[in-house]
Ligand binder design. Sequence first.
Ligand code: BGC
Length: 738
Amino acid sequence: MSYQRVNHTNEKQIEEVLATLSLEQKIGQLNLIPIEGEVTDEQRELIAQGKVGSVLKSNGAKQNKELQEIAVNNGVVPILFQEDVIHGYKTITPVPLAEAASWDLELIEQAAAVAAKEAAAAGIHLTYAPMVDISRDPRWGRILEGAGEDPYLGALISEKRVRGFQQANDKQEERVLATVKHFAGYGASLAGRDYNIQDISERELREIHLPPFQAAVDAGVSSVMLAYTAYDGTALTANQFLVQKVLKDELGFKGLIMTDWETIPNLLKIGAAENIREATQMAIENSVDMDMTSNAYIDNLAELVASGTVDEALIDESVRRVLRLKQQVGLLDAPFLYFDEAREKATLLSQESKDTALAIARKSMVLLENKAALLPLDKSDEKLKKVAVIGPFAKAQEDLNGWWFAMGKGEDTQNIFDAIAAECSGFDIEVTFSQGVSISKFDKVGEEFITEAVKTAAAADVAILVLGEEHWMSGEGGGTASLHLPGLQEQLVEAISASLTPVVSVIVSGRPYVLTNVASKSTALLQAWMPGTMGGKAVADILFGNYNPAGRLPVTFPYHQGQVPIFYNYKRTSHSFDAGEKDLRYTTTYRDVQSEPLYPFGYGLSYSEFVYSAPTLSATSMTKDGSIELSVTVENSSAVDGVETVQLYIRDEVSKVARPFMELKDFQQVTIPAGKSLTLSFTITAEKLAYIGPNLQSCVETGIFTVFAGPNSYLKGTSTNFTIEKPQEAYAAQFRFV
Ligand code: BGC
């Protein structure tokens, strides 16, 4: 059979294939089984009988091809191979939260394209990404898998990641189908505990959680994974409102819907079904097409049809949706297209992949502090003779790769110590090491190691402390009550800072930690995230000035863990703490700590200095069909070229339903040469002023709007140009929408 590229669905072919299938074989198409490691005889038998429509886990082109041969030789519809390719397959790019910190949509798409190319070369047709759950709680371990707290940024990134997986590469055999997950509201798990209940209003669902799903659907995402959780008390698997009305009717999704791991039997655990038969019926009647790993469909559907409980037409519909995906990746015409060991060898960890991984690792890192312009370190500085690299993550490899690393290996990842040593080689600089503390399995390596680390730091001209969390501490099931760096790491920073050697702290983590103590004891602070295969080099490039940092936080960094959940776009209240009340006692403040975060959404420093002029508007009023241009001039007053992300926020001053203090509505990322100014222009249309109105429908209301164009959501920090009391005002302009 010759392969033809399929860009459209060929319904005739789908119907022809469907007509050849018995009821049992149809049900087999809906069954997804995991195969980890060696294939068992039982699994081979199931495939030969047509009881396996899809396989989960990456086992490489060779093994996947062997399994496909069993299917094809037995006249079974070819298998769709699936895997969690979340941020890279073999070459690991930064965790998605970190990638979001680049605010570089093209690079994010490219990173997804690299992941797709590698995964597809290893025989994977479909990935369980992008995860687009908005989260406002860094205690939730899965915050690292998404794009942070903002629905606007989240939606843009969702679209790019879908396109990167599904379309960006030239050839079909370099693309994978994307699965947007976890529909919907999972990121609001209460108290940061994974899989926990959430209780969000329909308004919050629509304003905050749905936009990235809508963006994925609009970008043509192939499948949707339903969350483990419930919405308004009804598990997603059985939630007709969310699946039928919202996902299908409103968002317009026509593709495949799958469960998460064993979600159908979970209906019993949460008390929504009496037995597995009932749970199965609830799922299929809610258009849940694919059963991940539970065997509920394979064990129960045939009987449900035979007894007349479930209409076979429902099963046919689900099978059509499976077959369409198979057709899209060429499986119905060329079952072996994705299994080419030579291509796999040439593609995994290729130079092209590593170049992209380095580019996005560098761009994702966020410089949080740089007191007295300590960074970048100058290798030709006479005073820089000894660099101490200290801390439990200085030589970490696996931990740089995060929680979902597919086939990525720690041994392919250069550690930060080695990268710094390589950077300094050829210069008259000695690089020393001390572990300081260990956080492995929480066994705290104590005081004597700290003493040795202090000695190492004291003997050096600068101490680079690499701190953070192990790769398993974030991610699925990675809820944490404490947001302080694990173990004795804060004590280590404190002890070393007393040595008077300047301290650069580098944080390897998948989530925002409370860095208040670390920041106060460090001269410079870099949020490096879990940066992937090329993360070590990216850190060295930033510390030594080969790269001018440009990352901006996609999530708020709390000042104190008691502040969470914390985010920038909170709704205005009568007593908002930053609404100008003189007596703070009667505002939404804490009595014991500041209410502002340590670092706000959108924040990040650069080696350049950017000075904003007050924005100007092309008119003072605007009509529904019209638009207004906002202009803002940003000057790079420093001697180094730099990248600035100019952010546009809007506040609706008066509205029927409470609106946020400010909302991100646009941004532009530009390179501004040293000493030069750039004037940027943003177009404001009615679409940017729309919101979910009183009837939960999108609407626009006339009135006054304030627009802010500045460096971050608190509009503070990067410039001393404005000395007025409320920094936001310096970045604001107002117009009337009529
Ligand atoms: C996770 C999903 C993941 C699936 C398959 C589940 O536990 O919630 O995000 O795709 O496992 O590995």
